[in-house]
Design a protein around this ligand. Structure first.
Ligand code: SF4
Length: 375
C-alpha cells in the first residue's frame, strides 16, 4: 500500500420531528427535549475511540447528517466542531455540510450555522406539491420559495443542495418537472434528484402504493435530466447534479473509495491501515445503547476477495474516467487480478478503458447493477 486514501468525517444525529413513510435512514421521532449536550459528549468519546485508526491523517470534509441535525442548537454543534478540531487536524476551509429539513430552515438557523463555520447546506425538500407532501406525510409548515430566496440573498449563501424525489405515488411527469423547475428557480449550486425506492422496514413497503409505471419513470428521468443539463447542472453521479466547481466533496470521497470516520448512532466508518487492511466499523443504532457508551456494534476487516466489488461499487457511480492505478493504491488487489472481469464488462458494453483509465459507458450507467454483479 503506497498511499492512504483521503479522510472525511460523518456525524449522525438521528432525531426528526416525524418519521417519513419512505425513509429507511436510522432516524427516530423526537418525543421530548433531546439531551443535546449528553449526545454531543458521546459523539466526542466515540470519535476518540476511532482516532488511533486514522493514522494521523487530516480530515478534508465533515458532513453532519441524520435524522434532522438542524434540530440541534447551533451552540451544541459549535461545541462539537471545536472538540473535533482539538482531537483531529482539519484542512483549512474544509467543506462542512449540515442537513436541514425545510420545516426547520429559518433565517436565524442559517445565520447561526454560517457563523460557526458551516459552509454547505443540504435541504431535504423532496417535493413542493401539496398533494404529494400529504402522501409523504410531511405536513409540517415548509419554508416557501420566496422566503428561501430572501435568505439566500441576505446571507449570501453560496453552497446549497436540495434533495428532491421523483417517481412518487400519483406523481405525473408534469408534477416531477414542476418540482425541478421550482428548485432550479432558486439557483442552488447542487441538486440531488433521486428516484423513490421502496425499502423494506419502511411504512411504504407494507402499503399498496399507486406508483408511476416504468415507462413514466423513464420519461420523467429523460425530461428532467434534459432540463437540469439545459439549466447548467452537470450530472456527475447517478443522482447528483451540480454547477461547475460545486460537486459535493464529501460524497465524492465515498465514491472515490476514500476513508471516513463515522460517529453517532448507526454511523459507518471505513479506515484503511498502512499494511493495506481495510477496517469497517459500524456503530450501534439505538440511542439507548449509544448514550450508554456502547458505540461500536461491529468492527471487521474487509476480506481481500470482497475488495474489488466494494471498490467498483463506489468508483463506477462517478461519471468520469477513473485512474486504474488507484485500484492498487486503495485496495490489496491489482489490475492483473481483476482483468478477466474487466474484459467481460468491456465486451458486454458496460465499461470502456484507455491505457490509464476505466469509465462506465452509457449502457453501464443504465444497468449499473448488472455491471456490478460481474464483480
Ligand atoms: S426528515 Fe429525513 S431523515 Fe427524518 S424521517 Fe424524514 S426523510 Fe428520514
Amino acid at each position: 500500500m503506497k498511499t492512504l486514501p483521503p479522510l472525511s468525517l460523518y456525524i449522525h444525529i438521528p432525531w426528526c420531528t416525524q418519521k417519513c413513510p419512505f425513509c429507511d435512514f436510522n432516524s427516530c421521532i423526537k418525543k421530548k427535549e433531546i439531551e443535546e449536550k449528553k449526545y454531543i459528549n458521546h459523539l466526542i468519546l466515540d470519535l476518540k475511540q476511532d482516532i488511533h485508526l486514522t493514522t494521523n491523517r487530516t480530515i478534508n470534509t465533515i458532513f453532519i447528517g441524520g435524522g434532522t441535525p438542524s434540530l440541534f442548537n447551533y451552540k451544541s454543534i459549535n461545541f462539537l466542531l471545536q472538540e473535533i478540531k482539538k482531537n483531529v487536524p482539519i484542512v483549512p476551509l474544509a467543506e462542512i455540510s449540515i442537513e436541514m429539513n425545510p420545516s426547520t430552515a429559518t433565517y436565524q438557523k442559517f445565520l447561526n450555522f454560517q457563523k460557526i463555520g458551516i459552509n454547505r447546506f443540504s435541504i431535504g425538500v423532496q417535493t413542493f406539491n401539496k398533494k404529494l407532501l400529504n402522501i409523504l406525510q410531511r405536513q409540517d409548515e415548509q419554508i416557501s420559495i420566496k422566503e428561501m430566496k430572501n435568505i439566500i440573498i441576505s446571507l449570501k449563501l453560496n453552497n446549497i443542495n436540495y434533495d428532491i424525489m421523483y417517481g412518487l405515488p400519483y406523481q405525473s411527469i408534469d408534477d416531477a418537472l414542476s418540482d425541478l423547475k421550482k428548485i432550479i428557480s432558486l439557483k442552488p449550486q447542487h441538486i440531488s434528484w433521486y428516484q423513490l425506492t421502496i425499502e423494506p422496514n419502511t411504512i411504504f413497503y407494507v402499503k399498496k402504493l399507486n406508483l408511476p409505471n416504468t415507462n413514466t419513470i423513464w420519461k420523467m428521468w429523460k425530461e428532467g435530466n434534459k432540463l437540469l443539463s439545459k439549466s447548467g447542472y452537470k450530472q456527475y453521479e447517478i443522482s447528483s447534479y451540480a454547477q461547475k466547481g460545486y460537486f459535493c466533496q464529501h460524497n465524492l470521497n465515498y465514491w472515490n473509495f476514500g476513508d471516513y470516520i463515522g460517529i453517532g448512532c448507526g454511523a459507518h466508518g471505513k479506515l484503511t491501515q498502512k499494511n493495506g487492511n481495510i477496517i469497517r466499523i459500524i456503530k450501534n443504532k439505538t440511542t439507548f445503547d449509544y448514550t450508554h457508551g456502547k458505540y461500536r456494534n461491529k468492527l471487521y476487516m474487509v476480506p481481500k476477495k470482497h475488495q474489488p466489488l466494494e471498490y467498483f461499487m463506489n468508483i463506477l457511480r462517478i461519471f468520469k474516467p477513473t485512474l486504474k492505478k488507484k485500484l492498487a493504491q486503495y485496495t490489496c488487489v491489482t489490475e492483473h487480478h481483476i482483468q478477466p472481469i474487466i474484459q467481460k464488462a468491456i465486451t458486454q458494453g458496460y465499461l470502456k478503458e484507455t491505457l490509464y483509465t476505466w469509465e462506465t459507458t452509457e449502457k453501464g450507467k443504465n444497468f449499473l447493477n448488472d455491471l456490478l454483479e460481474l464483480f
